[in-house]
Design a binder for this molecule. Structure first.
Ligand SMILES: *Cc1c(COP(=O)(O)O)cnc(C)c1O
Length: 442
């Protein structure tokens, strides 16, 4: 189809092309039961991933002090943000009934971004598979602390792991891969931050810089890895393991909400807003949430107005066949974790049945919110991590958001609502960079 037809048939396209912030309700969401009928994944896949992470927990507790308090499980807390919620109300002249929280993946141990969920999981699964095949691990009931032994490190040093990334995926893959003994080679796009390249080099990772964008860095990385039989490519666009790694977070979130006596049921809706780049992390998170809370959780992806790759993929139902440039969108954003011009085809097609919708946020708002989050809540997030924080304001401050509440018969239940903006990263940003971000929003 052509741009002219899309403009005619899809009312949102014009707005997207004009970089307008919007709230989009996904009409293809037909309830979780319908979605599960067409999904290639199910609860057993999440359980498998959860069990794998539990097997590795003793290894983490032994070798990564930052995971010891949580018995070797890599997890973050949730924080209520009442001052920020009040700020949104004042800024948009709206009332936001219910309670707003942040999921603090900015503080995740080891890598400090949401990527630690998917990427570390994928590296562990690969290492486990190799060790089982070689017979140095006898089975799932073996002692996984062995993974820190000189014998295992020597074994893994014959193998290579490669990845193409805007940065954060590289940090998670790099730290985990190098810790296990792998040689790790990371292909970075030109827009990746300098400190991330330096951090990786300091940790023994080989960084290859490209003068091209994310998609090109990924393609070159993949080609180079495919040519080497001892190399494994962590494929952000197609990886099932990355996706499944992200699905485990919601199982842990469920416990956290229960501990705080936060109900989620038909009369107590939960809204989750997840920053979206290629789609793996918001997709896996939403998939996991839907398996737990069914239709009582409302899952939205959040993208920059200048990088709405998932949004155009779903609006046109062309998924990864379209990229933002097809809509004359300039693909310029300082939310570098979200700087992905083309969405993952497999995630977008699957999640078209699961996402309740999507929102976009302008750079201006992201910058203001970053600074306000520091001033009001003393929480330091990286730019990408702010994308979901506009969620409640879009829900109550736009006609489309209010229409959504009406369509789902939620209007008289919102005083019981919980909103979670998934704060996907921040703790690793160097002080000077964070100060610069802070001043920009001041
Ligand atoms: C990668 C990333 C995201 C988005 O995850 P995708 O799987 O690319 O959609 C969000 N926030 C941060 C900080 C990230 O690094």
């Amino acid at each position: 189809m052509s741009l002219e037809t899309w403009k005619k048939d899809i009312p949102e396209i014009e707005k997207v092309m004009h970089y307008e912030e919007l709230f989009w309700m996904n009409d293809s969401y037909q309830g979780v039961d319908a979605a599960n009928k067409v999904s290639q994944f199910g609860k057993a896949d999440i359980k498998d991933a959860e069990d794998r992470l539990k097997r590795f927990a003793p290894y983490f507790a032994d070798n990564f002090e930052c995971t010891r308090a949580n018995d070797g499980i890599i997890e973050s807390a949730i924080s209520q943000i009442p001052e920020f919620q009040q700020f949104l109300e004042a800024q948009y002249q709206i009332k936001i009934p219910g309670q707003m929280y942040l999921k603090r993946d900015d503080t995740l141990p080891i890598a400090g971004t949401i990527k630690a969920r998917g990427a570390i999981y994928e590296v562990l699964k690969h290492a486990e598979t190799l060790a089982l095949e070689a017979g140095i691990l006898s089975g799932y009931d073996d002692d996984y602390r062995k993974f820190a032994s000189p014998e295992f490190k020597k074994f893994f040093s014959q193998y290579k792991i490669m990845v193409g990334t805007t940065g954060n995926l590289g940090i998670s893959v790099g730290i985990m891969g190098v810790s296990l003994g792998f040689e790790v080679v990371i292909h970075m796009s030109y827009d990746a931050k300098e400190w991330k390249k330096q951090y990786l080099r300091d940790h023994g990772v080989v960084v290859i810089e490209h003068k091209t964008n994310f998609t090109e860095a990924v393609n070159q990385g993949r080609a180079e890895s495919d040519a080497d039989p001892k190399s494994y490519f962590v494929d952000d666009e197609h990886s099932v393991d990355l996706f499944l790694g992200y699905t485990v977070g919601p199982c842990r979130l469920k416990k956290q909400l229960e501990e705080k006596n936060i109900l989620v049921d038909e009369d107590h809706p939960l809204f989750v807003f997840s920053p979206c780049g290629i789609g793996g992390s918001p997709g896996g998170t939403a998939f996991g949430l839907k398996q737990i809370y069914g239709d009582n959780v409302h899952c939205f992806f959040a993208q920059p107005t200048h990088m709405p790759s998932m949004l155009v993929g779903l609006l046109t139902k062309e998924y990864s066949k379209v990229c933002v440039a097809d809509f004359d969108i300039d693909a310029k954003t300082n939310m570098d974790g979200l700087a992905v011009p083309r969405t993952s085809g497999f995630v977008a097609e699957l999640m078209h049945h699961y996402f309740n919708g999507g929102i976009t946020i302008s750079e201006e708002h992201q910058k203001l919110f970053l600074t306000k989050m520091i001033d009001l809540e003393d929480i330091h997030l990286e730019p990408a991590a702010l994308a979901g924080t506009i969620g409640p304001a879009m829900l109550f401050g736009t006609e489309e958001g209010r229409a959504y509440l009406k369509a789902y018969h939620l209007e008289d239940k919102m005083q019981n609502a919980t909103y979670i903006a998934w704060a996907t990263g921040g703790s690793m940003v160097p002080k000077a960079d964070m100060e610069e971000f802070y001043q920009e929003g001041k």
